[in-house]
Design a protein around this ligand. Structure first.
Ligand code: CO
Length: 163
């Protein structure tokens, strides 16, 4: 078991579009998924994407009520027209929070940790986290989408000044 070092704004890696995972086997990815899950739990996050630990691959872990869910190559197949405003933060932008509009309901296709392909519906916070994490895989951060920073405005300026 190991915690992985997190990358923070303005890391270049956070801004790259990640590559699909190819040749997935549960054995090959077991320790990365476990370590990402451990890192997320330790940092008290509800989601973590591979670029945040320095890997530009399309893999994310999400903390759900049933435990840690790994999504490999997740794709959103359907989005509700209705969008819901909610507050978001990000482990890679500590201390900064902002309001972001996200689709209320989505249908997602992804490979699970056991290598099976699954299609499922998500709504509420679960749908929000998935959209936030898939954004990470495309190099997009919630600060790109926010209309209103609710906390950490000065911190954000400081992070961005490091560029
Ligand atoms: Co994030």
């Amino acid at each position: 078991m190991a915690q992985l070092p997190l990358l923070y704004l303005p890391s270049e890696i956070l801004r790259k579009k990640s590559h699909p995972v190819t040749g997935y086997t549960a054995q090959k990815y077991h320790s990365l998924i476990r370590d990402m899950g451990e890192t997320m739990m330790h940092e008290k996050g509800i989601g973590l994407a591979a670029p945040q630990v320095g890997k530009n691959i399309r893999l994310t872990v999400i903390h759900t009520k049933d435990g840690i869910l790994a999504l490999i190559n997740p794709v959103i197949l359907r989005r509700s027209l209705r969008k819901i405003m909610g507050e978001e933060g990000c482990l890679s932008i500590p201390g900064v929070f902002g309001m972001v509009k996200r689709h209320g309901k989505i249908t997602v296709s992804a490979m699970l940790e056991d290598g099976t392909q699954k299609v499922f519906n998500a709504e509420g916070l679960f749908a929000r986290v998935i959209q936030h994490e898939i954004d990470h895989l495309d190099g997009i951060l919630f600060i790109d989408r926010t209309k209103k920073i609710t906390a950490g405005k000065e911190l954000l300026k400081k992070y961005e000044a490091k560029k």
